[in-house]
Every structure is written in C-alpha cells, then in structure tokens.
Design a protein around this ligand. Structure first.
Ligand SMILES: [Zn+2]
Length: 639
C-alpha cells in the first residue's frame, strides 16, 4: 500500500539557509498552479548519391593490447601498466560488484528492499556524486535548490508502486549505512532518493510552469541530448537488428553515470541496464530484458504536464521490467502518463527482430515499428503531431535536425552493411552537416557542445547491440566519448573560464567493452592422468572484447565463479597446453572440464613436428633442384 504523502513530508527537515523569500515565492507559484491545473486537467534527400556522402571516420583508438600473444604475457603486461590496478571484486550470495573498463558492474537480486539496499551499499559514493551533480544542474537551470527538489520529489511518492517504494527505501538504508551525504551535507534520506529519481519529472513540471508563466528566475538553454538509431532487415549486415544510443549530459555527472547493473527482481523480467547510480531506472537510457527487448532513448522537448499521473521514472522502470514486446512497452509508457520525459524510445525485439521507436509526447505519441528499415533518433520530433504538441520547429530550423540528417546519410551510405561496428563509428562521428566538415560540436552525432559554446556538455558514453548479442543478453558499451577523445577538466577551464565549474572531473575514454547477465560457471582442471590440479591458473579471454579474467583452482581442481558475464571465452590453463572455449549462457549449467597435457611432452612433440617439416622441405627442395638442373641440361639438345 502506498504510504501517505504527508507521512513522508513530515519526515523532512528542510534546511533553508538562504533566499527563503524567493523559495517561498516559487513554492507558492507551484502550489497555486498545481491546484489550478489539477482542477482543469484530467488525469532520398541527398540525391547526389552515396558516393558524395562523407564516410564515417574511424574514431581515434587507444593502443589495443590484443595482439595474439600468450594471454599470461598480456595479463602480466596489463598489470604492470596498471590496467587492472584497483580492480576489485565483492562476491556475496545475492550481490556482486566489480569494475570493467571505466564502469562499475553489479549484480543485484532478491526482494525490492534487498535490491535497493545492496544498490545503496555498493554505489553510495557515485550516488553522492550524481546527486550533487543533479542538484547543481537543477539550481542552475531551474533555480530550485536541493531543499525544493526534495519537496517536489515528495509529491510523486503516492504515484510510486509499493515495489519501488521499498527499493527506494532500500537504497536509503544502504546509503545511511555508509553515511552517504546529500548535496547539503546531510545523511541521505528517502526525500533525497525520491527527488533524485524523479528529477527529470521535476524538470518537466518546472519547464511547463515556466512556459505558461514566463518567470525570469527560470533559465534554460537549448538542450541537445543523445544520438541513436535502430535498423533491421536488409539494411543490416546479417538481417538482424542493430540498435545504438549515446547519453549526452553535462560533464559534472561522470563517473556517476557509469554503472552496468544486472538486476533479478522477484517479479517481472530480469534487467540489464546502464544506470545512473542511485536511480531505480536507467537515467542513462540503456536497457535489455530477458524477454529480448533492448531500449534506448533520446530526449525531446517540453509538452503539457499532466498532474497527478504516473511519473516517467516509474513508467520506464515498469515498462522494461514487465513488457515483453514493443506494443506492451508502448502501452505502459503511454498509460496514465504525466507527460514528462518526452522522448524517442528506440526499441528492438529479439524475438520478432522488429525495430521501433515509441515517440512519446504528452497527450500525443506515435509508435513506429518495422521488420525492414532504419530510423534515426536524436532529440528531433519527427512525428508531426508530437512536434506540434511541443511547438517545435520542423527541419533545419530545429537545432537537432543536422544530426537527424546525418543519420539519414549514414543509413544510405551503409545500407546492407550496418552492424555494431558501424554503430560505434556512428556514435563517434564528427561530420557537421551545417558547416559540411569534420567539426566536433553540438551538431555532430558525437556530442562536443563544449567546443561550440564552452558549456561542458556532450556524450558521456556509447552503447550498441544487435539481435545475436541480445539473444545472449549482451551489449557493447564505451565509457566516455564514443570517438575516444578525453575531456580534461583543467584544459577546459583554461580555455573556457566562464564555464570552469569546480565540480568537473576528467572523463577519460575507455575501450569499447561488453556487458551481459552474470551467470555461475564451474571449471575443473585435471592433469594428463585425470587427477585434479589445485592451484592451476586459468585465464578467460572474452571473444568479443578481449577482456581478461583470471582464476586459480581450489580443492578438487575446481574454479567456481557465481557471477560470470555471459559470452564466449577462450580459456587457457597455465602449466599445460589446454586451449578451449566456453560459452557462458543465461540459465544454463556452465561447466567445463579441462584436461591438461604435459608441457614438456608437447614441446618435444612440437619440436619433432618442426624437424619433420624441415626434412620434408629439404627433400622437396632437393628434388626440384635436380628436376630444374636436368631440364636445363636437356635444352641445348632440343635446339
Ligand atoms: Zn567525439
């Protein structure tokens, strides 16, 4: 049962220390407007041809140490170079934490309360960072300080299902145990986590009020958020779908956005999502579920707010947890909507191989889906009704249209060849359709708004997957700009003193890597006589991204890991010559028995083979020499 909103409000201890009158003013405006609103509101363009389309440039890449050498040599080198320095693993019965290529990577399962509690416990530092960043942004853009955000967030509490109320309270417990602090320095409480989760709903409501009453205290600028596309059928390399998306936000947020979570709730589907630490929804807009749905999002503009209805953060979490098809997803997203977080929800279904977009306005929406086609998405409302509801311009007058047209170009240029590699390059693309040149700015698919205006904002990550990977619950992701460029806070401050915010940190791009569900594996290592080998070292190399994991066998020659990423791995066991492959699959018993051969036997075998090759080679060479010599001796006689 939902707890009464007033019971939540009476728990608050607002800390008004400045601008009290202004806040009272704002609150009054909200209150009056809420009452009024509740009473009236019930709940082939580039015909030059493909040759003229600028190609996707290969994004800058860092040296990739995946040369085909002995994996132990590589592990050793990576350790020396610090690649694995600081890598930690926490393994418990129903949660797991590790790090991978710039991301935190966690597994949570159990009751809503447990899922929330371990979330808070594992990610509290990033929750502090994320909450402070969102508080900073909200004050800057909407002049709502964190106290007001907390009050605003509380109004959503009655619209949060009990399952998610428990999860939110669980996050609070985990944070409290770690003494995590809100932006005002107070120990985090329920108000903080509710406000933080509903912050986009709060922004939408604030924008709506600002739009109907132009109060000068509210300030917003043109916001460019996210690039992506969906493709399926003839346009892709293998006929299966390809989907991608990059999150654009101010650079105050990293690294709090960089978390991949494998969540096993008691009800509904298992979820893999990139999440903004502390949120029960993604907040970075990348989800997979075990029904085979993949969802991304690029945000659209303001539309009429619908009071008392279900907030966006609840609908999106419900949709990914309970929907099994594009239509079910659209139904949840559009039912009882509060009109917040309008966006293009790019979506693919691995069961049907359909690609689609749910373009969500407030009272309007459009569901586009196909089993053969391409659709770009980049904050441009392509549906006429949705666009009209948002009162946004059409075509080149819209600031996000250049990226939309660039996606059209790419779909033509790479028709029949679209795959995850093209998606990665698309997300890292710097072709500016306005200036018609390579130009890292706000008009390019890889967002570098800081180069255009100085404001530190742009792409924080990239994600892509295809049908094959989705069926195995896997996705590619890259921390930082998809092009591989770093954001260096000190350099930015030097070049843009007006935007030298103290809360900016370096964002160092990491290599593309994969994430998936985490499943148990058991490896048993036996010697050539079939006896178990304790202390044997095993290296697992992910066949997709080359990422290495190593383990050591215990008693019985067994190596067991309860949370191992789904995927295909090359396995090497040290002190022997075993090389093999394991397919770690969802809901399967992932076990493998490795029989080692004796290394010295193998070496001698190898040298015998080499000797045989040398002898055979010499004999063939000798015979050829004799044949050529005889032929040359016969020539004069023939003449
Ligand atoms: Zn870039």
């Amino acid at each position: 049962m939902n707890k009464n909103i007033w019971s939540l409000i009476t728990l608050s201890q607002p800390n008004c220390n400045s601008g009290i009158m202004r806040r009272i003013q704002i609150l009054s405006v909200y209150f009056v407007l809420s009452l009024i609103a509740i009473s009236i509101v019930s709940p082939g363009i580039f015909s030059e041809g493909a040759e003229d389309i600028p190609p996707l440039t290969m994004p800058a890449t860092k040296p990739n140490p995946d040369a085909h050498i002995d994996v132990y040599e590589r592990l050793e080198r990576e350790k020396q170079e610090g690649y694995l320095k600081g890598k930690i693993e926490i393994i418990e019965d129903n949660y797991y934490f590790t790090t991978k290529q710039g991301f935190d990577y966690i597994h949570l399962e159990g009751s809503p309360s447990d899922i929330g509690y371990y979330h808070g416990l594992l990610l509290w530092e990033k929750i502090e960072r994320g909450m402070a960043s969102y508080a900073f942004l909200t004050e800057m853009r909407y002049d709502l300080n964190w106290d007001l955000c907390r009050v605003q967030g509380a109004t959503y509490w009655p619209n949060i299902p009990a399952e998610y109320q428990l999860e939110i309270d669980g996050i609070v417990r985990g944070c409290v145990e770690k003494n995590a602090r809100n932006p005002d320095g107070e120990v985090i409480d329920r108000f903080d986590i509710v406000a933080y989760n509903s912050i986009w709903d709060i922004w939408w409501r604030s924008s709506y009020i600002r739009n109907i009453i132009p109060i000068p205290i509210f300030q917003t600028d043109t916001i460019h958020h996210c690039s992506g596309f969906v493709a399926t059928g003839d346009i892709t390399t293998d006929g299966g779908f390809v989907i991608c998306q990059s999150l654009w936000m101010p650079y105050h947020l990293p690294p709090s956005h960089g978390v991949f979570a494998d969540i096993v709730p008691e009800a509904g589907h298992r979820i893999l999502m990139e999440l903004q630490a502390g949120m029960i929804w993604s907040g970075t807009e990348w989800y997979l579920n075990d029904a085979g749905l993949v969802v991304g999002e690029t945000t659209l503009g303001d539309a009429p707010y619908q009071w008392l209805n279900t907030p966006a953060f609840v609908r999106i979490r419900q949709a990914i947890q309970y929907a099994s098809s594009i239509d079910e997803f659209a139904n949840i997203m559009t039912t009882n909507t509060n009109g917040a977080y309008c966006g293009d929800y790019v979506i693919c279904d691995a069961e049907t191989n359909e690609a689609g977009i749910v373009e969500l306005g407030s009272h309007t929406y459009e569901v586009w889906k196909t089993d053969n086609g391409f659709h770009g998405s980049c904050n441009y409302p392509w549906d006429p009704e949705v666009r009209a509801e948002m009162e946004e311009p059409e075509g080149w007058d819209h600031g996000c249209y250049p990226r939309y047209m660039r996606l059209e170009q790419i779909s033509q240029k790479y028709e029949g060849n679209i795959n995850c590699e093209i998606a990665k390059r698309t997300l890292g693309d710097h072709w500016d359709m306005v200036e018609e040149k390579e130009n890292k700015c706000h008009w390019t698919l890889c967002g570098h708004v800081e180069n255009a205006t100085g404001y530190p904002h742009g792409s924080l990550d990239g994600k892509t997957t295809n049908r094959t990977m989705t069926l195995n619950h896997e996705t590619w992701a890259r921390y930082g700009h998809s092009c591989g460029e770093d954001f260096i806070a000190a350099d930015h401050a030097k070049n843009n003193p007006d935007y030298a915010y103290p809360n900016l940190r370096d964002m160092i791009a990491q290599p593309w890597t994969t994430f998936g569900f985490l499943e148990p594996i058991t490896i048993t290592v036996l010697d050539k006589n079939g006896e178990p080998v304790e202390g044997a070292q095993i290296a697992f190399e992910n066949c997709a991204d080359g990422y290495l994991h190593e383990g050591i066998t215990g008693p019985g020659g067994m190596y067991h890991h309860p949370y191992f990423q789904t995927g295909t791995y090359n396995i090497t066991a040290r002190n022997g010559e075993f090389r093999g492959t394991i397919y770690v699959e969802f809901n399967q018993v992932n076990t493998l028995e490795i029989s080692l051969t004796d290394k010295s036997d193998d070496d001698s075998h190898s040298s015998e083979t080499q000797t045989t090759f040398v002898i055979v080679g010499l004999i063939i060479a000798g015979l050829l020499f004799v044949a050529i010599y005889r032929k040359s001796q016969k020539k004069p006689e023939q003449d």
